[in-house]
Ligand binder design. Structure first.
Ligand SMILES: Cc1ncc(COP(=O)(O)O)c(C=O)c1O
Length: 410
């Protein structure tokens, strides 16, 4: 078979300007995200280009996904090499890439025994974890206020925001929400009827909320006292984003279930539910499945990301750059900035007023991609390959952006 490069340009024909693409978007894509703010046509390293050729510093990485930046050569050659060799075989069969990634992820948990169920997203990883917890003889799950675990019916049942939940009631039941970061509140609800406690080590969507020191270790102890599973959702925090493979392991905790996705594939959809010890044996043939999960192209993308993070020392670099960013923002001593929180390269700038969405728009107009998970919170989750100078370039314009928005809103 020979390649026909023209066939794709015919498929993509028509909408080439941003305005034309956005007009076609509104008529052809469901309105679940609102109208996109830009049309991006190319990415390289930490930069994106829109359809008009304008360059942007990407400090969001496709929402904590592109850990190695855009078009990373190692990921590119791994993915194209794999799809040119064998791209998909179904889960009736195994591939070396799938098994190698399962071994690599299992070793990150710190447990002697661990097994992986591969998925295409964080939500699906959490669905698998939900089903594992239901394979215990218990059904109650403890989640936290402000938690975000995805939007399928199962993952939504664990997600706290009433705006996301209310239209879809009834959701799978027996989920109890307790205040995040409060070990006493957790201890007061966990008993012998609880199947699992699900926690983000840092709440990303809730505005990069970091729990008090020792919270995750307390959660482990509480689960152990009552035989409940500890399920860590590292979909946003894991695979280098916070300067470690897994935040909870960095804090000396071994979980029963770990879910990851986002940063693992550098943009190639791949997620995983990793269970340790006895929990790794709870799902059996027929109890769960996925057509694409464990696909060798997704698996090789994950292996390439892990190999580059390790080779280039990006875990330590993420920690150092996170500290650099925090210090630089705090040095601004701006009246609209009340603090910076986060770990590694998952950071939030906290504002004194609920103007974050307008600051995001002003930043975009100035050539920087960031987002606002809450009205008073700016989130930065750049690629782990970002430079201190690139971070400084944003910090340099931040006071002017804040002043501009504050002035416009008075
Ligand atoms: C902690 C956490 N869990 C789960 C999800 C859902 O992941 P996905 O969007 O890949 O389904 C997210 C997405 O933001 C997340 O931050």
């Amino acid at each position: 078979m020979t390649a026909d490069p023209m066939i794709l340009s015919r498929e993509l024909s028509g909408a080439t300007s941003s305005a034309a693409v956005l007009e076609a978007y509104a008529d052809s894509v469901m309105n679940t995200f609102g109208l996109p703010k830009r049309v991006f046509v190319r990415g390289e390293g930490c930069y994106l280009w829109d359809a008009e050729g304008r360059r942007y510093l990407d400090l969001l990485s496709g929402l904590a996904v592109n850990a190695l930046g855009h078009a990373h050569p190692t990921v590119l050659s791994a993915v194209t090499g794999q799809i040119a060799t064998v791209g998909h075989v179904s889960n009736f069969f195994a591939t070396p890439a799938q098994v190698a990634l399962a071994e690599r992820l299992s070793s990150m948990t710190g447990a002697d025994e661990a097994r992986v169920f591969f998925t295409n997203s964080g939500t699906e990883a959490n669905e698998a974890a939900f089903k594992i917890s239901r394979m215990t003889a218990r059904s109650k799950i403890i989640s936290t206020e402000g938690a975000f675990h995805g939007r399928s019916m199962g993952a939504l049942a664990l997600t706290h925001n009433p705006k996301y939940r209310m239209p879809f009631q009834p959701l799978p039941s027996e989920v109890i929400f307790v205040p995040y970061g409060d070990a006493e509140a957790l201890a007061s609800v966990v008993d012998e009827t609880v199947a699992a406690v699900v926690l983000e080590p840092i709440q990303g969507e809730n505005g990069v909320v970091v729990p008090p020191e020792g919270y995750l270790r307390s959660a482990r102890e509480i689960c152990d006292q009552h035989g409940a599973l500890l399920w860590m959702d590292e979909v946003q925090t894991g695979i280098g984003r916070c300067g470690s493979w897994l935040v909870h392991v960095d804090e000396g905790v071994t979980a029963d279930i770990v879910t990851i996705a986002k940063g693992l594939g550098n943009g190639f959809p791949v997620g995983a539910c990793i269970a340790t010890g006895q929990a790794s044996r709870l799902l059996g043939p027929g109890s769960h499945g996925s057509t694409f999960g464990g696909n060798p192209v997704a698996a090789i993308a994950g292996l390439a990301v892990i190999a580059v993070i390790e080779r280039d020392g990006l875990l330590d670099q993420a920690k150092a750059l996170g500290d650099h960013l925090t210090a630089a923002v705090m040095r601004l001593v701006h009246p609209l900035i009340t603090g910076v929180r986060g770990r590694g390269l998952l950071q939030a700038v906290i504002l004194a007023q609920p103007i974050a969405p307008a600051v995001v728009d002003a930043a975009l107009a100035a050539g920087f991609v960031i987002n606002a998970p809450r009205p008073e919170v700016l989130r930065l989750a750049p690629a782990l390959i970002v430079s201190a100078a690139e971070l400084d370039s944003f910090v340099g314009v931040l006071p002017a952006l804040l002043d501009q928005v504050a002035e416009e809103s008075t």
